[in-house]
Design a protein around this ligand. Structure first.
Ligand code: NDP
Length: 259
C-alpha cells in the first residue's frame, strides 16, 4: 500500500444499485440516504407513503424510486426484486430492513400476531435474500445487509417481546449461514444489531415514563441512537470498505450489550 491508495474511495457505490426494504421512514430511509450519498441508485420499498420518501431522496440529489410491496406476502419479494432488475438492469446491494415489533406477555400472544411478526421479520428476509442472489450472481458480486437487533443478543427489559427477540436472533443466524454459503461468490452477508434508535417504532417506548428511564439507564451512553448512526454502519458494510467482512453482526447500541 502507498500513500496514494484511495481508502476513502472504498466507501463509494457509484454505478451500484441498492434495494432497501422498509426504506420509507426511520432507519431504512436514513440508510437509503447514506447509500444515495455514496453514489448508489436506490430503490426503497414499503406498503405506503413511499412516493413522498422517494421524492425526499431525489430532492437530496439521489436517484431514487419507490416500490410498493407488502413483504409479509410470500410472493412479494420475488416480484420486488424483479421490478428492480427490470428498471435498473442489476441489483448489487440488498438491505433487509423492514420489520415490526409487537410486545406482550407470551401467554397472551396470539397466533395472528406471531404469524404477522415472523412472516415479515424472518420469512421475508429469507425470501428477499433468495430472490436477490441470482441478480447478484449476474452482477458478479453483491452485499446483503440484514437489520437484526440487540434484542437478538440480549433479552432487553422491561417490555416482554419473546417473538420479536427470537425473530432477530434468527436474522443473525441467517446472516452467518448465508455468508458461509455465498463466501466464494463474492456475495457478502452481514447484519446490524441496533439498540434503541429513535423512530416511529420506538417512540411509544421513549414516551413511556415507566420504560424509558430503564432503557436509558441500561444504556452506558445514556441516550437513544439516531437513524443516521445506523445508516453509516450500513453504508460501511454495503461498500467495498468492508470487502473482507462477511458473517458479522455489528452492534450499534450505545454499549447496551456490554453489561
Ligand atoms: P419503522 O416502523 O420506523 O419503519 C419500518 C419500515 O418497514 C417502514 O418503511 C414500513 O413501511 C416498513 N414495513 C412495515 N411493515 C411492512 C410490510 N409488511 N411490508 C413491507 N414493509 C413494511 O421502524 P424502524 O426504522 O425503527 O425499524 C427498522 C428496522 O430496524 C426493523 O427491522 C426493526 O426491527 C429494526 N430495529 C429497530 C430498532 C429501533 O429502536 N427503532 C432497534 C433495533 C432494530 P410501511 O409501514 O408503509 O409498510
Amino acid at each position: 500500500m502507498n500513500d496514494s491508495t484511495d481508502l476513502l474511495g472504498r466507501f463509494r457505490l457509484d454505478g451500484k444499485v441498492a434495494l432497501v426494504t422498509g426504506g420509507t421512514r426511520g432507519i431504512g430511509l436514513a440508510i437509503a440516504h447514506a447509500l444515495g450519498q455514496a453514489g448508489a441508485r436506490v430503490f426503497i420499498s414499503g406498503r405506503k407513503d413511499g412516493e413522498e420518501a422517494a421524492e425526499m431522496l431525489r430532492a437530496a440529489g439521489h436517484e431514487a424510486s419507490f416500490l410498493a410491496a407488502d413483504l409479509s406476502e410470500p410472493a412479494a419479494p420475488d416480484r420486488m426484486v424483479a421490478d428492480v432488475v427490470d428498471a435498473a438492469g442489476r441489483l448489487d446491494i440488498l438491505v433487509n430492513n423492514a420489520g415490526i415489533a409487537i410486545h406482550g406477555d407470551t401467554v397472551d400472544f396470539s397466533d395472528e400476531d406471531l404469524d404477522r411478526l415472523m412472516s415479515l421479520n424472518v420469512d421475508a428476509v429469507f425470501r428477499c435474500c433468495r430472490a436477490a442472489i441470482p441478480a447478484m450472481r449476474s452482477a458478479g458480486s453483491g452485499a446483503i445487509v440484514n437489520v437484526g437487533s440487540m434484542s437478538g443478543i440480549a433479552s432487553n427489559i422491561p417490555q416482554n417481546q419473546v417473538a420479536y427477540n427470537s425473530s432477530k436472533a434468527a436474522v443473525h443466524m441467517m446472516t452467518k449461514s448465508l455468508a458461509s454459503e455465498l463466501a466464494l461468490e463474492d456475495i457478502r452477508v452481514n447484519a446490524l444489531a441496533p439498540g434503541y434508535i429513535q423512530t416511529d417504532m420506538s417512540q411509544g417506548g421513549i414516551d413511556n415514563p415507566e420504560w424509558f428511564p430503564i432503557w436509558r439507564d441500561m444504556t452506558p451512553m445514556q441516550r437513544v441512537g439516531q437513524p443516521e448512526e445506523v445508516a453509516t454502519a450500513a453504508l460501511f458494510l454495503a461498500s467495498p470498505a468492508a470487502s473482507y467482512i462477511t458473517g458479522a453482526v455489528l452492534v450499534i447500541d450505545g454499549g447496551y450489550t456490554t453489561r
